[in-house]
Design a protein around this ligand. Structure first.
Ligand code: AMP
Length: 544
């Protein structure tokens, strides 16, 4: 082989913000702070403070390879931590404060976090947990002196005090781009959470991959508001992609209710936003109830769970929004595929257009396959389903300090097992149909719970729907639908069955329909099928 004669400069996360400070120095990062007021500054300001933070971390004794945890919402200070911590070779370990307390205990201790950075309104939570974190040396509260609370947290420091007086320039080290930079544990519903450990290289390439996807439409004229938290897979890469292309970042803090979001959308010219479908269902209800409007040219991205077709249609047709659905997971940085549009999209008939909207096109850099139970490739015909496996520079090759889980996650030929069930069609578009753990197998055939839920949610009186497998002596399993109906509706099981009839195969029709006030959700906003199955474990189907 003849070696190329190009420079081997490493892909460094610090280089992203250094670039933004120069190329897009005046672009803004706007935050609804935890303290309350709106804070705004530029990439240049952010870069200067990140360099102060790097000095402060070194002064605290932080060494390369150390894990520093954040319990924090989407704010400018959290952005500074992303860059300051990884910039000195340490690891920014974002933690979801909504996880169960025993999971939080496991995660902080398993990661051996040395310090915890936390937002002001999470002090009480951490005070309650601190006894379980014997190895944590100190807590840094992300606020200024004026708002610094009295606290029982040991070695509690004030973030702004830490930065004060530190020099505004730092000589970022260059090191192997495969060095770990950030970490996020999966919010696994069974077993212990598992740590995905991102590298500088994977993070930079993922951000560039997002920008090349086209469907995510980001450039220096974009104003992006990530509703998806910075602790849920790095806010899906937004805090890295936006500085590369010079987009304005609008950080919503912890107020994610529709009126607070709408205020920021309108005041800050937001034209791109990202979040899980549950957030968008809530916003849609609010828009419909109040007649409030979204800004023109609005692109709304969802991921983390399947978006129901009826919601996508309502946003596109009633609210003039371009709806893009992405697929990814904690272990895949996360985005691997987004948007199913492609050439000739606008000329397609309505049904075909919306069918494509339910699918995703892979990003350059990611390879996808679907495998049957014997690990043979399943045909790409849009019908045959199997377990989705993937490979690429931003896909996990294992889990942090967990050999058993690492081994189970990778196929013999080196592909990551996603645990998702999917189809891939003739145009190479991906569609997730289920989680392997949530599959419904009736009479030897699979029923897609995602499809069933999506059709059920097309009924105007269905607010949310979840399909679960129930044991059945003849068919092995039969589907059952659990439904939250809209306030004030008098929806019956027969209404739902009549609505489903003709839209799904006859043998997919659920054997039972139950109505509940609320579905259980996980800390990342997915319906918790595990809890739901537990809730209905003693329920008897009327067809038995
Ligand atoms: P998380 O690690 O919390 O980001 O969750 C990843 C999981 O969310 C995936 O393995 C899927 O089961 C689910 N998911 C993500 N995107 C989609 C999508 N577009 N459709 C259906 N499920 C999705």
């Amino acid at each position: 082989m003849l070696r190329g004669q190009m420079m081997d400069t490493p892909l460094m996360i610090s280089g992203i913000l250094a670039h933004a400070a120069q190329a897009h120095g005046k672009q803004e990062i706007v935050t609804r702070t935890v303290e309350g007021p709106i804070h705004r500054y530029t990439y240049r300001d952010c870069y200067a403070r990140t360099q102060q933070l790097a000095h402060a971390l070194v002064a605290l004794g932080v060494k390369p390879g150390d894990r520093l945890a954040t319990f924090a919402w989407n704010t400018y200070r959290h952005v500074e931590l992303y860059y300051g911590i990884s910039g000195i070779g340490a690891i920014c370990h974002t933690i979801n404060p909504r996880l169960f307390h025993d999971q939080l205990e496991y995660i902080v201790n398993h990661a051996e976090d040395r310090f915890i950075f936390l937002d002001l309104n999470l002090v009480e939570l951490l005070e309650g947990l601190a006894d379980q974190f014997p190895k944590v040396e100190g807590y840094i509260i992300m606020t200024d002196r004026e708002h610094m609370p009295e606290t029982t947290l040991k070695n509690a420091l004030c973030y702004e005090d830490l930065l004060e007086g530190q020099p505004e320039s730092y000589d970022w080290p260059l090191f192997d781009e495969n060095t770990a930079a950030a970490m996020c544990y999966t919010s696994g519903t069974t077993g212990n959470p598992k740590g995905a450990l991102y590298s500088h290289r994977s993070t930079v390439l993922h951000a560039m991959g997002l920008l090349a996807a086209g469907t995510l439409t980001m450039d220096s004229t974009t104003s992006v508001l990530p509703v998806v938290p910075m602790f849920h897979v790095q806010a899906w890469g937004q805090a890295y992609a936006a500085p590369i292309c010079g987009a304005k970042i609008v950080m919503p803090g912890f107020r994610l209710d529709p009126p607070s979001l709408l205020e920021l959308f309108n005041d800050e010219g937001v034209n791109l936003t990202l979040g899980v479908p549950t957030i968008w269902l809530g916003l849609l209800n609010h828009l419909n109830e109040t007649g409030a409007k979204l800004p023109a040219g609005f692109v709304l991205v969802s991921g983390g769970a399947a978006a129901p077709l009826s919601m996508i249609k309502a946003y596109e047709e009633d609210h003039g929004v371009t709806y893009v659905q992405g697929w990814g997971m904690t272990e895949t940085s996360p985005v691997c595929a987004a948007g199913g549009e492609g050439p000739g999209f606008t000329e397609l008939d309505e049904d075909t257009r919306y069918a494509r909207k339910m699918k995703q096109r892979r990003l350059f850099g990611v390879e996808l396959r679907i495998l049957d139970d014997d690990h043979n490739d399943v045909p790409h015909d849009g019908k045959s389903s199997g377990e989705l496996v993937c490979r690429g520079p931003w896909i996990a090759s294992g889990y942090f300090n967990d050999d058993e889980a690492s081994k189970a996650a990778i196929t013999e030929d080196g592909w990551f097992r996603t645990g998702d069930v999917a189809t891939i069609d003739e145009d190479s578009l991906l569609q997730i149909t289920d989680r392997t753990k949530d599959l419904i197998k009736s009479g030897g055939e699979w029923i897609s719970s995602i499809d069933l839920e999506s059709v059920a949610m097309g009924h105007p009186d269905v607010q949310e729907a979840a399909a679960i497998a129930m044991p059945h002596p003849k068919w092995t399993e039969r589907p059952m639908l659990v439904i939250v109906s809209r306030d004030g509706s008098s929806l019956t099981a027969d209404d739902v069955l009549a609505h489903l009839d003709g839209q799904v195969a006859k043998w997919w029709l659920p054997d039972d329909i139950a109505f509940v006030d609320e579905l259980p959700h996980t800390a990342t906003g997915k319906v918790s099928k595990l809890q739901l199955r537990e809730q209905f474990k003693d329920h008897k189907l009327p067809t038995i």
